[in-house]
Design a protein around this ligand. Structure first.
Ligand code: HEM
Length: 444
């Protein structure tokens, strides 16, 4: 029997809880270097194991998945997301995933292409009046615009600005509750709790209103909501209830923009630091698109663009940890895992594990050539998670990121501003560039 190495305590009472909370990324990086790819954090609150080993990831997410469940952090998300895809479990989740899956198939994504292009074009037009942009803010606004229009259609201008505002308040509130566990309970009438509850009631009623309106006046809509509304369970023919449609809509909204915005910000930053890779990318964009907008076919041909995005999410995975708990006593590759132990799958270090990645900190999109991919362990790279709970929006996200990347590079030379603050990762729920990424723009 193997023992998960216990990290020495930093403090006699808190042990390592405070150092981890203070800067989890620095803790994970240094502990990996010193103790290897699996260890016990030595927290005073619960038993927490961290792993960055692909064999372990495969065991936990795929081979022996029934011994693991989503961690309690997901219960906090349930305040807003209800029983949506990200937070639900068991047979209920399975049924929902089956019903929702067709809305995310490649064929359905085709219907969303024009929305993504139109939103990006608006950003291009807006940037034409600018010399410098705070890229992280711009990418957030753009990703928010895209996910809202892809969900609810393009004809709701006023409603969706309100939904965006309300859901953003909810998202920030819940993220803070997860990152800082010592907060007054949800029911205490603090000003933040009240603002949160108000936004939640507001977004719920607005989204339910949109759903009812569509049921009363059915007409053709090319958006995710209509795909979800018409989707039926293949076996039972059952459709989603209105409450469920609302939960799934908010889930997609929340899961579908911050991650994409962060990945795009990191990609532009990495390209600005590697002009030779930027040149290869620009050559491909010119060769494949010859100045026109991307379409479904040309997106497939943009293979170097795809590799650049993949390599960017390797170095800076937006979902930089995935968390689980042990659902019943089990054995994981020779280690005994007790029920309720928390598990952090350290995607950041998995993607930089020196046994699986040569020269792991270098930006080399060529690692994602099909032949290179085949040589690697399947679970050494999991930006979208793994196994049955893998991101349902991965095709959506890849299509969106490609469109945004190529359309902006068709129109601007984008370089890091001379006076930009240092770009370093900030490990919140997603991995974002702390202090933003200030970029200079030159129209092409
Ligand atoms: C670069 C962008 C994105 C990244 C890195 C990302 C990452 C992830 C990861 C790692 C998971 C698995 C979480 C877990 O196992 O605990 C996940 C799940 C999920 N993502 Fe994404 N995501 C992205 C974009 C999107 C988009 C655009 C949407 C929707 C339009 C979306 C919707 C979802 C949903 C609904 C789930 C839950 C799936 C389930 O459990 O059945 N994501 N995502």
């Amino acid at each position: 029997m193997k023992e998960v190495p216990l990290i020495p305590a930093d403090h006699w009472f808190f042990r390592n809880s405070l150092v981890v909370l203070k800067d989890p990324l620095a803790f994970f990086v240094s502990t990996f270097e010193e103790y290897g790819d699996i260890y016990n954090v030595n927290s005073n609150l619960y038993t927490i194991y961290v792993t960055a080993n692909p064999e372990h990831i495969q065991e936990i997410m795929v081979t022996n998945k029934t011994d693991y469940a989503k961690s309690d952090d997901y219960k906090i998300l349930k305040y807003s997301l209800g029983n949506g895809l990200l937070t639900s479990e068991g047979d209920f989740w399975k049924k929902q995933r089956r019903i929702a899956q067709p809305a995310f198939h490649k064929g359905s994504m085709k219907k969303l292409l024009d929305i993504m292009i139109d939103s990006t074009q608006k950003t291009v037009d807006h940037w034409k009046q600018k010399k410098q942009v705070q890229l992280t803010d711009e990418m957030s606004l753009l990703a928010l615009d895209i996910v809202t229009k892809c969900l609810f259609g393009t004809e709701l201008e006023t409603d969706y600005v309100k939904i965006q505002e309300a859901v953003t308040v909810e998202n920030e509130y819940l993220a803070e509750r997860i990152m800082k566990p010592f907060k007054p309970p949800f029911w205490v009438p603090t000003s933040k709790n009240r603002a949160y509850r108000k936004s939640r009631a507001y977004s719920s009623s607005l989204i339910l209103g949109i759903i009812k309106e569509r049921q009363e006046n059915p007409s053709e809509h090319n958006d995710l909501l209509s795909m979800l509304m018409s989707a039926e369970d293949e076996d039972t023919g059952e459709k989603m209830s209105n409450k469920q449609l609302k939960d799934e809509s908010i889930t997609i909204f929340v899961a579908g923009h911050e991650t994409t915005a962060n990945a795009l910000s990191w990609t532009f930053y990495l390209l600005s630091q590697h002009p030779e890779k930027m040149q290869l990318l620009q050559d491909e964009i010119e060769r494949v698109l010859q100045g026109s907008n991307p379409d479904f076919q040309s997106l497939k041909e943009l293979s170097y663009t795809q590799m650049v995005l993949e390599e960017s999410m390797r170095l800076y995975p937006p979902a930089w940890t995935v968390v689980r708990k042990v659902a019943q006593d089990t054995n994981m590759k020779g280690y005994d895992f007790k029920k309720d132990t928390r598990l952090i799958l350290d995607v950041f270090m998995l993607h930089r594990h020196p046994d699986y990645w040569e020269n792991p900190t270098a930006f080399q999109p060529e690692r994602f050539e099909p032949e290179e991919k085949k040589k690697r362990h399947k679970y050494a790279y999991i930006p979208f998670g793994a196994g049955q709970r893998m991101c349902i929006g991965n095709n959506f996200a890849m299509m969106e990121m490609k469109i945004v990347l190529v359309m902006l590079l068709q129109n601007f030379k984008i370089s890091l501003a001379k006076d930009a603050p240092e770009v370093v990762p900030e490990p919140l729920i997603t991995l974002r560039p702390k202090n933003g990424v200030l970029m200079d723009l030159r129209p092409l």
